[in-house]
Ligand binder design. Structure first.
Ligand code: FBP
Length: 553
């Protein structure tokens, strides 16, 4: 295989470890802290997790390693969407495991959690691992979105682990995957299997975080990649001075990515879904808000701009949510066949008009025709509209164009409006991990093995104090049950890790809110440039603005 010069160079990079893990395996000792409680619904969570609830928080420190010496056979799984640094979690895990005992074995289950159920795995060795050090992607073993959640699956998992002598599983995933890791740990403990489960916090969306987990891995690199691209577009816009760019960025449920990119690049507009929900903003209100910026800039001769839009925003618009629910109902079961049998859009439109309430029809009617049709084309396996596929960047630019026509007609706006559209998502998920993500991920994996070695189960690998240099990071573990509460999912009460949305009273949003009026009217762009891997630490090792602002509290 031909390698790029950067890939070759990255093979040589030695990820930094927290001070307490960096002195060699024999000098890692464990300190147990307080017993823990779940963030809410303590009674119910304790009842559901009788064997793993309430365990103590763990911190590692420099000292004599007192863990019992036994051969460890570990299986690792990558779960869900790719996030830069996943390979380094596995490399850190492998290195700690082999440094502890050359006889220890690390297996990788292929293509996500399904690999455990289908007994599809490979054994890692030095040569294999070395090809993936400090690289992006999840192709080391592949990933997948199968959920491990039923007792039947857990029973199969026990058999597979027994067959290979596996005594611990590491699940690298987001909130759902780590919720399932906790349930699996409880099942293994309840059935006295002796198999441990440790989770690692992954997702570019940044919505797996809480008072213990400062950020999920991959967020840093993905945001820097999108910010580089947004900065380049800003500079292009400021050079040509003739386009408004509408840029959608990934982040299905939360707007952390959009917010971080806005903090890094200072675009004219950035929507925050959580604020849209809080203020119950309508589509027209949002379009009007963007049009205000276009008008103010256009009237000063600046017929260009940049608007950043979080992927999930339309689901946070109350009237749009209601519309989607009605469309799902309208096409449920056999009604879909009747709709699909209609040959022209005019006939279909009449069918829709009859089926929707007046309110939802009002919302539907103002959508551009392309988006209207999209709502009836893209369906998931249950027949529901796939909201994440809606091209909201096009939706808002079309609505802004309409809004500006009225402003032109009444003489308040005298500019020009030409829009271009972008969606940045997959571009950032497999980038070469930044130094921060390389170090953080390697530390998470290394630390996950130390939790196994010390006999813990149902824990999330935790590395904190992340806004400081790596030597000051603090390594340890937190019982996953501490992060759980009960939520209603698909009509049932379920124990889940609480998803972290953007906090409107948090420092990152407050900083953004304090500056956005200026950014909307003036040209305040920042051009972050490409991620730097070699050079001064203040250029190469800094992490996100979000983390820096959050650590100020
Ligand atoms: P995870 O939550 O699994 O980390 O994935 C996040 C994400 O990258 C979202 O930002 C995006 O909406 C989604 O994955 C896309 O999923 P897919 O890879 O299945 O198209």
């Amino acid at each position: 295989m031909k390698l790029s010069p950067l890939q070759q160079a990255r093979y040589q990079y030695s990820p930094k470890l927290p001070g307490m893990l960096a002195n060699g395996i024999s000098e890692i000792s464990v300190k147990e802290g307080q017993e823990t409680q779940s963030v809410a619904d303590q009674g119910k969570i304790a009842e559901l997790f009788p064997n793993t609830y309430g365990k103590k928080e763990i911190t590692f420190e420099k000292g004599q390693n007192t863990s019992t010496s036994q051969k460890q056979v570990v299986g690792v799984i990558l779960s869900g969407g790719q996030a830069p640094g996943g390979h380094n979690v596995i490399c850190g895990l492998y290195d700690a495991l082999k440094q502890t005992n050359k006889e220890n074995v690390l297996y990788g289950f292929k293509n996500g959690p399904i690999g455990l159920i289908e007994d599809d795995l490979l054994e890692f060795d030095d040569a294999y691992i070395n090809e993936y050090r400090n690289t992006g992607g999840f192709d080391i073993i592949g990933s997948g979105r199968t959920k491990l959640e039923t007792n039947e699956q857990f029973a199969i998992a026990v058999d597979v682990c027994k067959k290979h002598g596996i005594n611990a599983i590491v699940i690298i995933g987001g909130d759902d995957s780590n919720t399932n890791a906790a349930v699996l740990a409880e099942y293994f403990a309840a059935h006295n299997t002796g198999i441990q489960v440790i989770g690692c916090p992954k997702t570019i969306d940044g919505d797996l975080k809480n008072e213990d987990i400062e950020c999920s891995f991959g967020f840093d690199t993905a945001c820097k990649t999108y910010s580089e691209l947004i900065g380049n577009i800003e500079r292009d816009a400021n050079s040509a001075k003739k386009y408004w760019h509408f840029i959608k960025v990934m982040g299905r449920s939360a707007s952390h990515v959009a917010l971080e990119c806005a903090l890094e690049t200072q675009p004219n507009i950035c929507l925050i879904s959580e604020e849209v929900a809080e203020k119950a903003m309508s589509l027209s209100t949002i379009a009007n808000y963007i049009a205000d910026s276009v008008e103010a800039r256009g009237n000063k001769g600046m017929n260009f701009g940049v608007a950043v839009i979080p992927e999930g925003v339309v689901e946070f618009v109350p009237e749009f949510k209601a519309l989607i629910a009605e469309i799902n109902e309208l096409l449920a079961g056999e009604k879909a066949d009747a709709f699909n049998a209609l040959s022209t859009w005019t006939e279909k439109y009449a069918f829709i008009e009859q089926g929707l309430t007046k309110e939802s029809m009002g919302v539907f009617a103002i959508l551009p025709q392309g988006i209207q049709q999209q709502l009836f084309l893209e369906r998931d396996p249950h027949g529901n509209v796939q909201v994440s596929l809606i091209e909201s960047e096009k939706l808002f630019s079309a609505m802004v164009a309409e809004n500006l026509k009225a402003r032109k007609a009444n003489g308040t706006y005298n500019g020009k409006f030409n829009a271009l559209h972008h969606f940045f998502g997959y571009e950032g998920r497999c980038a070469f991990p930044s130094n921060f993500d390389s170090d953080y991920c390697y530390s998470l994996g290394f630390n996950a093995f130390m939790l196994i070695q010390y006999g813990y189960t149902g824990y999330l690998s935790k590395v904190s104090n992340l806004s400081k240099p790596a030597i000051e990071w603090v390594a340890g573990g937190m019982p996953i049950t501490k992060m759980m509460n009960i939520e209603r999912r698909h009509g049932e009460d379920k124990p889940v890790i609480r998803k972290a949305l953007v906090e409107l009273d948090g420092n990152p949003f407050k900083y953004f809110a304090a500056h956005r009026e200026d950014w909307a009217v003036n040209t305040c762009y920042i051009y972050p440039g490409a991620i730097q891997y070699y050079g001064p630490a203040e250029v190469c090792d800094i992490t996100t603005r979000t983390l820096a602002l959050e650590s100020e509290k």
